[in-house]
Design a protein around this ligand. Structure first.
Ligand SMILES: NC(=O)c1ccc[n+]([C@@H]2O[C@H](COP(=O)([O-])OP(=O)(O)OC[C@H]3O[C@@H](n4cnc5c(N)ncnc54)[C@H](O)[C@@H]3O)[C@@H](O)[C@H]2O)c1
Length: 273
C-alpha cells in the first residue's frame, strides 16, 4: 500500500514509543522511514554536563531501538526547539535527494509534570508555558516550514500528529499545561490543513489516542488508575498502539481527500461522560 513512499518519523525514544509502531507498519506496507531522535547537535549552545549526558543517552537509546526494530533506516538528530537544527536537518535531506510523502509529529514535553504529579495551572510560569507550547505545538509549524523551504515535502504529502481528548475537555487525568499545548496543536492542524491543502495539496490531520503507559512520556505522566478508568469508560476499552498505527497508515495513503480532521482512536471514550 505504501510502496515507493518515504515518511519522516519523529518522536521515537525507544521501542515502546507510539511512533515506533507507526514506523514498523510503514515498513511492513512497503514504505521507507527516516527517523529523528533528540540528541546533542552542533546547534546546541551552553549545554550543562547533565543536559549533555541526558541527550546523549536519549540518542543512544533511540539509535539502538531503530537498529533493532527497523534495520538500516536512517537516523538523524533533531531538537525541534532549535530553528537552526530543523533548517540544517531539512537541508541535509534535500542534499541526499530524499523526498517525503509525509511525516509523523509525535513530540511532546511538559516539565510541569514530574513523577506523575501535575502542577496546578495557576502556578505554571511563563517559561514553562512557552516551552511546552514550543516543543509540543509550534514545532509542527516550524518542521513543516523548513521541510517545504528545502523542497523535501512533496506536493500531495500527508502530515499526522498526536493529541488526546484533554485538548477539549477535563478527563480522568488532570493534564493542565500540556492540554493547552494539545489544543494549540489541534488548532494548528486545522489552520495548516486549509493553508497547505490550497497551496501544496498537502493534508494535515491529528489523532487523539487513549492513555498508554508503555512509552516514556506516558509512564512519566499516567497512573495505572487513570488507564483503568479510561478503559472502563470506553465502549471498546482503550485503543492499542496498533490501532493508532493502522489509522495513521490509512491517513498516509496517497490520494486520500481527508484533511483538517481531529480523529479519535480511543475505543469510543470521546462519546462518554
Ligand atoms: N502515551 C500516551 O498516553 C499518549 C496518548 C495520546 C497522545 N500521546 C502523544 O503521542 C506522542 C508520542 O508520545 P509517546 O507516548 O510515544 O512517548 P515517547 O516518550 O516515546 O515520545 C515523546 C517523544 O518526544 C520527543 N521530544 C521531546 N522533546 C523534544 C524536542 N525538543 N525535540 C525533538 N523531540 C522531542 C522525545 O525525545 C520522545 O521521543 C506525544 O505527542 C504524546 O503527547 C501520548
Amino acid at each position: 500500500m505504501l510502496s515507493n513512499t518515504t515518511f519522516l518519523i519523529t518522536g521515537i525514544a525507544d521501542k515502546h514509543s507510539l511512533a515506533m509502531y507507526v514506523a514498523k507498519e510503514i515498513i511492513k506496507q512497503g514504505g521507507k522511514v527516516v527517523c529523528t531522535g533528540l540528541g546533542v547537535s552542533s546547534h546546541h549552545e551552553n549545554l550543562s554536563e547533565k543536559a549533555k549526558a541526558f541527550l546523549n543517552k536519549n540518542f543512544q537509546d533511540f539509535k539502538e531501538a531503530v537498529t533493532e526494530e527497523l534495520g538500516d533506516s536512517s537516523v538523524e538528530i533533531l531538537d525541534v526547539t532549535l530553528d537552526d537544527n530543523i533548517d540544517s536537518f531539512a537541508r541535509s535531506l534535500s542534499e541526499k535527494n530524499i523526498k517525503l510523502n509525509g511525516f509523523l509529529h509525535a513530540i511532546a514535553m511538559d516539565k510541569t509534570i514530574r513523577n506523575k504529579e501535575v502542577k496546578p495551572l495557576l502556578d505554571v510560569t511563563k517559561a514553562e508555558f512557552c516551552d511546552t507550547m514550543d516543543v509540543s505545538a509550534y514545532s509542527l509549524i516550524r518542521l513543516t516550514h523548513y521541510l517545504l523551504k528545502h523542497k523535501v515535502l512533496q506536493s500531495g504529502a500527508s502530515i499526522c500528529s498526536l493529541s488526546y481528548i484533554a485538548a477539549a475537555k477535563v478527563t480522568f487525568h488532570p493534564y493542565r499545561n500540556i492540554s493547552i499545548a494539545k489544543a494549540a496543536l489541534e488548532r494548528i492542524t486545522v489552520e495548516l490543513a486549509d493553508e497547505l491543502g490550497r497551496s501544496h495539496d498537502i493534508r494535515v490531520n491529528v489523532l487523539r489516542f487513549s492513555p498508554y503507559m508503555g512509552s516514556k512520556a506516558g509512564n512519566a505522566t499516567l497512573n495505572e488508575e487513570d488507564v483503568q478508568t479510561s478503559n472502563k469508560m470506553s465502549p471498546l476499552g482503550n485503543a492499542k498502539p496498533m490501532d493508532l498505527a493502522h489509522e495513521i497508515i490509512h491517513l498516509f495513503r496517497p490520494d486520500l481527500s481527508i484533511t483538517g480532521e481531529i480523529r479519535h482512536v480511543d475505543g469510543g471514550y470521546h462519546i462518554t461522560g
